[in-house]
Design a protein around this ligand. Structure first.
Ligand SMILES: Cc1ncc(COP(=O)(O)O)c(C=O)c1O
Length: 397
C-alpha cells in the first residue's frame, strides 16, 4: 500500500498530489521564523524576497525562460484567468480584435474565462475533438482570423490525459500572426503535464503557460504563469507593484518556495516517474476491460499522460462507483464534473462523442510516484465485485 496514504489507496493524482517532504521542509521557515513581508526593506524581509528570487530562478530554469517572465499566482485557476482575460482585454484595448480560439475539452478555468469574455462582446471559437480527444490542426488553421487575439489550448487533458500537439499548434498560430501582421499569443494550460511532459516554453513555442503546484507535489494555492516578454497584458488584480506590476498582493512566500522545490524535483525525476506511471497505467488499460464486463477505456490507449486512465462502466453511475470504492479503501476520481453538487456529464467525454450512458458511468484512475504495482492489483481484485454491487443496487431484483 502507498506509503503516503496508509488508510486508503490513493489513485486520484490528477485531482491533487501529496506534498513532497522536501517541499515541506523548505517551506517550514517561511511559516514561522522567516515571516517578513518580501516588500519591506530590513534583513528579515530580505530573507523572504531572496527566497522568492531563488524560487523564480529555479522555476525559470525548468521552463527555459527568463525569471522575469514568471508570474507567481494562487494556482492553475488564477494563472488561466490571468492569461485569458488579461491578454484578451489588453488586446481589445489596443484595438486588435475580440476573437479567441480554444477547444471544447479545456478545464472549466479556461472555458468559464472564455464565457466571461463572451459577456463583454468577445466571440469564442471552440475547436472540436475526435474520439480520442485530439483537436484537428487544420481546424485551428481555419479558425484563425484577422481579429483573433488569443489561442488557448491545453497541453494535457485532466480527465482523459490526451496530449495535444501543442508545438505544431503554436507554429500554426505563429505563422498566422506573421501573415496577418499582428500578435496572436498562444497560451497552454500545462497543469496536468508537470512531472510527465517537457515544459520548455521554447520547445513548445508557447507565449504563456499555466501550472498549479499541488498537481506536482507542491502546496495547494500556489501557481505559476509564464508570460513571454511583450505579450500584451492587463493585470487583473490591482494593488501593489508585486510581480513586476503584473499581479498585485503580498506574496505567499512558503507556497512559492514549495512550488519551486516540487517543480525542480518533478523535473529531475520525470523520466523515471513517467516510466513507472506508464507501467501501472498499461496494466490498468489491459486488465480493467478484462476484469469487468462492459468496461471500456475512454481516450487513446497510449497517446495520453502516462499516469492517466479513464474507463466507462455502463449500467453504473460514476459517482456511486466512487463512493463504493471509497468504502472498499480506494480513492479514485469520478469521470464527471460535480463541482456544485449537481451531477453533470463530463463535457470532455461528450465532446469526444461518448454516449450519455457511458459518460455517466465514467471513472478516472490516476497514479502517482507513490503508487505501487500492489495498489493496482488490489484495485483489480476489488473492482469486479464493487461494480457488480453498484449495478445490482441500480437494478433491484
Ligand atoms: C487542466 C487543469 N487546469 C486547471 C486546473 C485548476 O487548478 P487549481 O484548481 O489548482 O487552481 C486544474 C485542476 O484541476 C486542471 O486539471
Amino acid at each position: 500500500m502507498s506509503s503516503m496514504t496508509s488508510d486508503v489507496i490513493y489513485l486520484d493524482h490528477a485531482a491533487t498530489t501529496p506534498l513532497r517532504p522536501e517541499a515541506r521542509a523548505e517551506m517550514e521557515p517561511f511559516l514561522g521564523r522567516d515571516f517578513g513581508n518580501p516588500s519591506a526593506l530590513y534583513g528579515l524581509a530580505r530573507r523572504s524576497s531572496e527566497a522568492i528570487d531563488s524560487a523564480r530562478a529555479s522555476i525559470a530554469k525548468v521552463l527555459g525562460c527568463r525569471p522575469a517572465d514568471i508570474v507567481l499566482t494562487s494556482g492553475g485557476t488564477e494563472s488561466n484567468n490571468e492569461a485569458i482575460k488579461g491578454v484578451s482585454l489588453a488586446q481589445q484595448l489596443a484595438g486588435s480584435g475580440r476573437h479567441v480560439i480554444t477547444s471544447r475539452v479545456e478545464h472549466h478555468a479556461v472555458l468559464h474565462s472564455c464565457e466571461f469574455l463572451e459577456k463583454f462582446g468577445f466571440e469564442i471559437t471552440y475547436l472540436d475533438v475526435d474520439r480520442d480527444g485530439f483537436i484537428d490542426l487544420d481546424d485551428l488553421g481555419r479558425a484563425l482570423r484577422p481579429d483573433t487575439v488569443l489561442v488557448t489550448i491545453m497541453l494535457a487533458n485532466n480527465e482523459v490525459g490526451t496530449i495535444q500537439p501543442i508545438a505544431e499548434a503554436a507554429r500554426i498560430v505563429r505563422e498566422a500572426s506573421a501573415r496577418l501582421g499582428k500578435t496572436i499569443p498562444f497560451h497552454t494550460d500545462a497543469v496536468q503535464a508537470a512531472g510527465y511532459l517537457d515544459l520548455d516554453v521554447g520547445d513548445l513555442g508557447v507565449d504563456m503557460l499555466s501550472l498549479s503546484a499541488h498537481k506536482f507535489g507542491g502546496p495547494k494555492g500556489a501557481g505559476i504563469l509564464f508570460i513571454r516578454r511583450r505579450v500584451p497584458f492587463l493585470p487583473l488584480l490591482s494593488g501593489g507593484g508585486q510581480e513586476r506590476r503584473r499581479r498585485a498582493g503580498t506574496e505567499d512566500v512558503a507556497g512559492i518556495v514549495g512550488a519551486a522545490i516540487a517543480l525542480e524535483a518533478s523535473e529531475r525525476e520525470r523520466p523515471a516517474a513517467g516510466a513507472h506511471a506508464a507501467t501501472l497505467r498499461d496494466r490498468l488499460v489491459h486488465a480493467v476491460p478484462r476484469a469487468v464486463q462492459g468496461a471500456e477505456l475512454n481516450g487513446h490507449p497510449a497517446m495520453r499522460l502516462p499516469n492517466n486512465t479513464n474507463f466507462s462502466f455502463p449500467g453504473v453511475e460514476g459517482d456511486a462507483l466512487v463512493a463504493a470504492l471509497d468504502q472498499a479503501g480506494f480513492a479514485v476520481g469520478s469521470g464527471s464534473a460535480c463541482g456544485s453538487g449537481s451531477w453533470e456529464p463530463s463535457h470532455v467525454l461528450l465532446a469526444m462523442g461518448v454516449s450519455l450512458e457511458r459518460a455517466a458511468g465514467a471513472l478516472r484512475i490516476t497514479v502517482g510516484r507513490d503508487t505501487t504495482p500492489g495498489d493496482i492489483e488490489a484495485l483489480l481484485d476489488h473492482l469486479p465485485n464493487v461494480v457488480a454491487r453498484v449495478r445490482a443496487e441500480l437494478v433491484p431484483a
